[in-house]
Design a protein around this ligand. Sequence first.
Ligand SMILES: [Zn+2]
Length: 627
Amino acid sequence: MISLVNPSLPPAMPTFCLTRFRVFSALCRRLAAGLFCGSVALTPVLLRADAPAPAARWAHLKTALFCTSDDVDHLLTKPGDRQAALAYFAPLRLSKFYLENASGDAAVVATLREIAADLKSRGFEVSGAVVPAGEHGPLCYNDPKDMAMLEGRVQVLAKVFDEIIVDDWLFTTCTCAKCLEGRGSDSWADYRSRLVAEQSKRHLIDAARQVNPRVQVIIKYPNWYEGHRRNGYDVARQTPQFDGVSVGIETRQPTTQDQHIPTYSGYVFQRWIGGNAGTKWRSAWLDNYEMQGADNDFVAQVWQAVLARTPEIIFWCAGVLHPPAPSASNYPYLVERMPDFDRLAGMLDGPARGISIHLPLGSVGEYNIFGYFGMIGLPMAPCTTFPADSQTAIFTQHSLRDPNLAAELLARVRSGREVFLTWPLLQDLRGSELSRALNVISEGGTVASSTFRARENLWDAKPVAAARPFVFPRIQLSTWPYVREVALVREDADFGVLLKAPYLEGEVDVLNLPDNSYDLQRLPAPVLDAIRRCFFKELGVRLVGPGGVALYPYGERQYVLYNMNEGPAKVALRFPVVTPARGWKERMRDQNLTVADVEIGEGPWARRETEVALTLQPFEIALVEAR
Ligand SMILES: [Zn+2]
């Protein structure tokens, strides 16, 4: 096994690459050992091997299956195996197959043509797929041998297919002498994103079109957005270059898988990168590699795709959903939930709504912070350009990719709007006018405590006890202006957590992030409620309750809630009092919901809101709908 770890890369990336690389090797080993043969009759969802080809389709979803070249060899090449595989996957009601080819040998054209023709005759769409990687892992885009290999594979595919999807190995980590010389004084990010775009145009897109002028080439973006440009992916450059875009979710087990991506990021990736692609957005791509024992986390990926309304869901891959892969244990539960995905997809009505969050293409910042915001019930609406018009908007270090950021933020505040900034961003804006909004008297280092103080109204702030201590960067502020909406309390001081300062005609809100962003979703509910209140007026809804529950509003009367906690979650939606008090339903269980008027605070500052409360079981999804 060749080690692909490159110590110069961010830690999440190379191990991820290894993960995807290992699956091929692992499959190859299992296949070589003969374990695959005759193994298709193992799970309760199997149909008879001679069952007819699936004709059924979902009414509101389109599903597709990726087959690696090993999957093609072992599941689809012999007609008997193919029949059995089609019966096994029939419950997914697939519309489409992607067939990988890892060979430049023209002899495989006939085999691929035969498989494709048979699948098409059964009503499936069939496309080709290429994994731009060699035995040594990611390619060197300055190495003629690697480029010739890439050309060979796509030219084989272009002889068979009118569409080719490019698996997310279209990147490079190469640090050879040629690559260093080519980079010169550029950054790796600028150099590699230019190099890969130029070389993939020549050796992938153009090479395929030489053989088949009709061919459409689809780029699939990996979910490790934080390393995209440094390793050669550049959404701003490549989406215009390719014919279509597929966006990876692949959040797997968020707490144990080496990337640790919050599940809600899967939704954001679709809306951000897929949404930016417009009509080129083709699909979401999920996988369950090594996800045995984590059915809920796997299904959570599918929900993100459904809620983002992706045009197609690609399951990667046949080999890991099929015995003897250990992760095939996910398959029966996936099959069981498929009708629910379709049912919810069919019920969603109206545009997805959320809080504008500024995420320029190619930006990096606090790792997956938009995913953690989603995990605390803040619905995200990614904006690749500066959100000038909304009343509220979230800005993180990702915004720094916008060269006019400081001036645009100030203009927002001048025009009477709010800016919600993370503390790391405000620190990076030191010296700008906005950085003067807070009177910080001491900072640096960290503080830990399990006591917070959360303000309920202008003059009342109550202590909040957390189940465990949280660590925050230390922000100590002067007494006046009093900006501490939420503070971390110790015997020596109240330290800033959520700060709210009027400035010019608008308002500057600053959120200090816990040392580990993950801890956001474990903060006590009253602290999270205070954060969510910042967006209540514009959204017209806020979640009340613990973290780990995401909110997805559609139109003006639908609210999907998804509990991604291991335990039940008691939550409520709060609305302005004008909200109709009757006719609320939860549509997944088809239950009527009760509505209550609640009073918040006491005395002259008390205010009323309308509340719709419910309890969600672990990984339960609910569609709350007003009449
Ligand atoms: Zn190189």
